[in-house]
Design a binder for this molecule. Sequence first.
Ligand SMILES: Nc1ncnc2c1ncn2[C@@H]1O[C@H](COP(=O)(O)OP(=O)(O)OP(=O)(O)O)[C@@H](O)[C@H]1O
Length: 316
Amino acid sequence: MIEFQNVNKSFAGQQAVSDLNLHFAEGAFSVLIGTSGSGKSTTLKMINRLVEHDSGMIRFAGEEIRSLPVLELRRRMGYAIQSIGLFPHWTVAQNIATVPQLQKWRRQKISERVEELMALLGLDSTLRDRYPHQLSGGQQQRVGVARALAANPQVLLMDEPFGALDPVTRSALQAEMTRIHRILGRTIVLVTHDIDEALRLADRLVLMDGGRVVQQGTPLSLLTDPASDFVREFFGRSELGVRLLSLRSVADCMRPTPGLALGEPLQAQMNLREALSLFVARRCEILPVVDETGAPCGTLYFRDLLEREAAHEVGA
Ligand SMILES: Nc1ncnc2c1ncn2[C@@H]1O[C@H](COP(=O)(O)OP(=O)(O)OP(=O)(O)O)[C@@H](O)[C@H]1O
């Protein structure tokens, strides 16, 4: 869907990104991660031409982005950023409706779209007529994402969208984004410097340093097959085991024999990191597992989790 070929950009003679070759696949949730100043935001902004690249080629749906009128390009791409940029004197509904208004949608259609997006983002309909300053930070971010999605863009670009939020709200919004991505199947490119956020959201990770791509691939491939010491250090040797747990589900590790454990069950699709927290909180050794329909489907053993981590430590 979006392709970079040998793309370069410098600011006042200083190279910001060098020789980027990237492919953001249609429908994938791609995450750009890296150290501060590594060129993540510049890369993202070159996609919707908020920053113009100096050389190389960027294609969107097969077309060189400079061959498209910039407004059309941006209309096809939603953009959500950390500072949100909601219009302070517009209500929630008006903010969400910004692009449909510009595109002169019918009033009724706009109103229905606003309602639909508020429901999708978990915003109570009573917030519709509030102004941004009357919302919490998390609610403002949700409005920002709803606005970016309003005109059904083919691509959603997100630059540190949850950066300013407390960990609980941040985690809730990450879960929402995973759900929304599953429902809408939209192509998403998100920038973050938070490793756990990246691992939680990404189908595909691009790790950058000093304006270059250091490694790209699935989160699992970067963790288990790092291309260099930099990659290994970036993901943190000491926390690697726990991070790997976050990429595996309970279903991957459970024994398929239900009925052996008591207590509130784990969901089979929950990740092993969450399961580990529940073992610790409940101080137990084994827990029952249920599938999406709530039917018992297996048993998870605490020691199986530890063995997984230990196996990785030995291999590291
Ligand atoms: N408008 C600009 N003018 C001059 N230099 C810029 C501009 N935008 C970015 N840079 C420089 O380009 C380099 C890459 O910046 P960029 O914002 O893309 O990095 P980043 O990885 O997103 O960083 P962070 O995580 O700190 O936001 C940095 O050295 C930055 O100072």
